[in-house]
Design a protein around this ligand. Structure first.
Ligand code: SAH
Length: 464
């Protein structure tokens, strides 16, 4: 990828000082994911252009795959490594490289020309090969910050027409701005165009967004969309960032964070837990399997109730089981004696799972490849065959209610599919019929007239 920054006018020579890069040299920076080369293609009294060319190491991308980052699910493999456009259009890498290479300029420090640090200069930035499918987005995002925006989208030469419209543009923004601000704008807004980030998006990303975007993002008309895209559509983090911006940020307190956390995602998962526990109590189950128990939220609640005498939590993921173990250990100051955690897969007939009254499968089936569903059904309803099965899964129709989920996106990176209401009802009825169960299908969460509720649930009871 290539970015250039040009300064025009009598202050043109300020640029190299502010960027801390010598115009007579080619500067090379080794980065974890490749190499950045900084050079000056134009140096004249009136115009100075600095270019940063980022060369992403495709081997790094291939190696990175094994580590399951937020950007690449482990499912993407094989050919993907070789046909990926990421070495050429990886906006999050570009943004990180920009920050790394121009760190001092981004922070607005310059000992040699301190007076130029806060000076508004006639600056133009060009970003080449920016993934951008909608022409209006760059205008919406950069114009409110005082830039003139222009785009160039190359027409395909006909040969690759079957690939559809060219998804890349060359972007030019020009304005009288302070250089450090322009770098900050690019740093936040370039990855907004690029889908997933290459590193895991965590709470520290929110901090970064607020630190760099705090003053201008707060009043930006597309603030919500930018925050959401920047945070890779991680809904909880977006809401957290927005709440902190509303709050005047800088001194966002832990309390704000806590209340943001409490108000979001947890509301639905809490309701789900209560409904599941209610169904379990109704069923009279004394022994319960939590299949795909994850980090053990339901296990914790069940272990607190005397009526559940024997509990097994099963999950395929060792890290989820470790977290469940820690959570239980902390709450009970030791391991609850009626509870066992085991590692296993829902697609294997595992004799340890036999002889239980009830099985819960909370938000798990959607993590299985659709073609494995028949195997899962057999294991659950034919082999384990508990008296009661409580199964919850997202209602895909409700996804339109999540503004940050773009069209056809599922709710979680690892979801292989999500059922519509009709599909779930059909699947549950057929499974019940095939294995001699009766099923009651319902839904929970906030209701929407058109899309229903976010979660659907099937309660299966063994007949006879
Ligand atoms: N039931 C928990 C966790 C849901 S997340 C809750 O609602 O909080 C889905 C969980 O299913 C993850 O922990 C994942 O590791 C687990 N999982 C996915 N595929 C699985 C499989 N084939 N066998 C067992 N567990 C699986």
């Amino acid at each position: 990828m290539l970015v250039t920054i040009t300064c025009r006018g009598p202050e043109a020579s300020d640029l190299s000082y502010l960027l801390h890069k010598n115009p007579s040299k080619i500067n090379t920076f080794d980065l974890k994911f490749g190499r950045a080369v900084v050079f000056y293609p134009v140096v004249s009294a009136e115009t100075v252009t600095c270019a940063m060319m980022l060369d992403i190491d495709p081997l790094f991308l291939a190696k990175e795959k094994g580590q399951k980052t937020a950007s690449q699910s482990v499912r993407q493999s094989g050919l993907f490594d070789y046909i990926s456009d990421r070495p050429y259009a990886s906006t999050s890498f570009l943004s990180v490289a920009l920050a790394r290479v121009f760190n001092t300029a981004k922070g607005g420090r310059c000992s040699e020309r301190p007076e130029a640090v806060d000076r508004e200069l006639d600056l133009t930035a060009q970003v080449f090969c920016l993934p951008c499918e909608h022409d209006d987005k760059p205008f919406q995002f950069f114009e409110p910050l005082g830039y003139e925006v222009s785009l160039q989208r190359r027409k395909s030469d006909g040969f690759l027409d079957f690939l559809g419209a060219n998804p890349y543009v060359n972007l030019t923004i020009r304005g009288r701005v302070v250089l450090s601000k322009m770098i900050q704008h690019l740093y936040i807004l370039i990855p907004v165009f690029g889908g997933r980030k290459h590193y895991f998006v965590g709470d520290d990303e929110v901090d970064k967004l607020l630190r760099l975007g705090g003053d201008w993002l707060k009043t930006h008309p597309f603030r919500d969309e930018i925050s959401s895209l920047y945070l890779s559509r991680f809904r909880y983090l977006t809401a957290l960032a927005l709440e902190r911006l509303e709050d005047g940020e800088a001194g966002a307190t832990e309390e704000v964070e806590r209340s943001a956390k409490a108000n979001l995602r947890p509301r639905l998962s809490k309701e789900r837990l209560e409904v599941i526990l209610h169904e379990l109590r109704l069923s009279g189950a004394r022994s319960v399997l939590d299949l795909g128990c994850g980090e053990g939220r339901l296990l914790l609640r069940m272990a607190n109730e005397k009526m559940f005498e024997r509990i097994i939590g099963l999950d395929i993921s060792t890290s989820a089981l470790k977290k469940a173990e820690e959570r239980l250990f902390k709450a009970f100051k030791g391991h609850p004696s009626n509870l066992t955690l085991i590692q296993g897969a829902l697609t294997y007939a595992d004799s340890r799972l036999k002889g239980f009254d009830a099985a819960v499968c909370q938000e798990v089936v959607e993590h299985l490849d659709a073609w494995r569903l028949p195997i899962f059904q057999r294991v659950l309803f034919e082999y384990i065959r508990p008296k009661t099965v409580i199964l919850t899964t997202p209602n895909v129709e409700y996804n339109v209610r999540f503004p940050s989920l773009t069209e056809n996106k599922l709710r979680h990176e690892d979801h292989r599919f999500e059922f519509s209401r009709a599909e779930f009802a059909q699947w549950a009825t057929k499974a019940a019929e095939s294995y001699g169960y009766a099923v009651r299908v319902s839904d929970l969460g906030e209701s929407d007239a058109r899309s229903g509720r976010p979660t659907q649930m099937g309660v299966f009871s063994l007949c006879g």
